[in-house]
Design a binder for this molecule. Structure first.
Ligand SMILES: CC(C)(COP(=O)(O)OP(=O)(O)OC[C@H]1O[C@@H](n2cnc3c(N)ncnc32)[C@H](O)[C@@H]1OP(=O)(O)O)[C@@H](O)C(=O)NCCC(=O)NCCS
Length: 329
């Protein structure tokens, strides 16, 4: 039994926030943001638009490409750190909207590595139990609602959006499996450098936590930067080694889109030419778990990859969490 990528989809909200807009909000400038991050603009969800609304749009497009209906789904997994609610899960909300009555649904929290972790879990579930034949995997975030719009160190970096992938199993021996190698990691000794401090059971929400801006992303940028480069290079090299596939045979590297300087530091160390590294951070900023799904969909619909091509996905995020998947698109 093999599993293939049957469809991809993505969605970004209509509203665009440019660097020039940010200049009016905090003490920053377009040149600083462009040169330090590569970001030119990002999309922000409307006030009445939640993470599930964006995941629904991305998922709908992925289902359409796969040629299947919501009711055909056996599971829905949503990678997100900005669920609509603490509970019920965003997955359950999507189930209702897709009419996916037979699907079991849950959210997976691995920050910016959310889509990679979710794909690995979905693939393993499908291998373990043949009843799960069609699984919708989404990465979706409304980071604008956990961004401190008064903090120039972080507010220039993030955006909203969603990406989705439909995995489908096949009994046809001629269909190759989409997952060739994976290398996923976490390191809980770095929980302090990238976190949202309050609102959980450790520091429940109070008037004080709100006043102290503890419901926003806090990040030690420089430290995260160094760890991100090393982690993505190490995981990327590992999947190349495990698969025995040469870097030259990789059609496209899709790194998590946090910062173009991180991406430019990772690419040469994987031995893949720069022109085979996908970048769209300039348009969307860092959309956390949504980022790789948006890239994969843009690459597929834009004709940069075709079925059968080797694609290396690599991500890094809070937790810390990181890893790489080598897939056959
Ligand atoms: C955040 C990040 C862009 C900052 O870039 P950097 O080159 O490390 O910049 P520094 O932190 O050294 O800051 C340099 C100066 O710019 C200032 N600065 C910070 N944000 C600024 C902004 N938006 N506009 C203008 N100046 C800014 C700082 O205050 C600092 O000033 P100082 O030297 O007077 O103290 C970079 O560290 C980064 O991308 N880190 C990784 C972030 C990330 O990917 N996180 C998510 C992981 S999933």
């Amino acid at each position: 039994m093999s599993i293939r990528i049957a469809g991809t989809g993505s969605y970004v909200p209509e509203r665009i926030l440019t660097n020039a807009d940010l200049e009016k909000m905090v003490e920053t400038n377009d040149e600083w943001i462009r040169t330090r991050t590569g970001i030119e603009e990002r999309h922000l969800a409307a006030d009445n638009e939640a993470t599930s609304d964006m995941a629904y749009e991305a998922g709908r497009r992925a289902l359409e490409m796969a040629g299947i209906r919501g009711e055909d789904l056996d599971a829905i997994i949503v990678g997100t750190i900005t669920p609509d609610h603490v509970f019920p899960s965003t997955g359950c909300i999507l189930q209702q909207r897709f009419g996916a009555e037979g699907a079991f649904c849950f959210d997976l929290e691995a920050a910016c590595s959310g889509l990679l972790f979710s794909l690995e879990v979905a693939h393993s579930l499908m291998k373990a139990n043949k009843r799960y034949r069609r699984v919708l995997v989404c990465g979706a975030e409304k980071l604008s609602c956990i961004t401190d719009w008064t903090d120039r160190n972080t507010c220039v970096l993030f955006g909203d959006g969603a990406g989705a992938v439909v995995l489908e199993s096949s009994d046809d021996a001629a269909v190759p499996d989409c997952l060739i190698a994976s290398d996923l990691h976490s390191d809980g000794s770095y929980t302090e450098i990238l976190k949202l401090p309050a609102g959980g059971s450790r520091i429940p929400t109070s008037a004080e936590t709100v006043a102290n801006h503890q419901h926003f992303i806090h990040m030690a940028g420089k430290e995260v930067f160094k760890l991100a480069v090393n982690a993505m290079v190490s995981a990327g090299r590992q999947v190349l080694e495990d698969s025995g596939i040469a870097p030259e045979a990789i059609k496209l590297v899709i790194p998590h889109q946090a910062n173009s300087r991180i991406i430019h530091a990772v690419a040469p160390r994987l031995g893949v030419p720069e022109e085979r590294v996908f970048i769209n951070v300039n348009k969307y900023g860092n959309t956390s778990a949504a980022s790789i799904g948006i890239c994969l969909d843009e690459a597929a619909r834009g004709g940069l990859i075709e079925h059968g091509d080797y694609v290396l996905l690599t991500a890094f995020g809070g937790g810390l969490t990181w890893g790489a998947l080598l897939i056959r698109y």
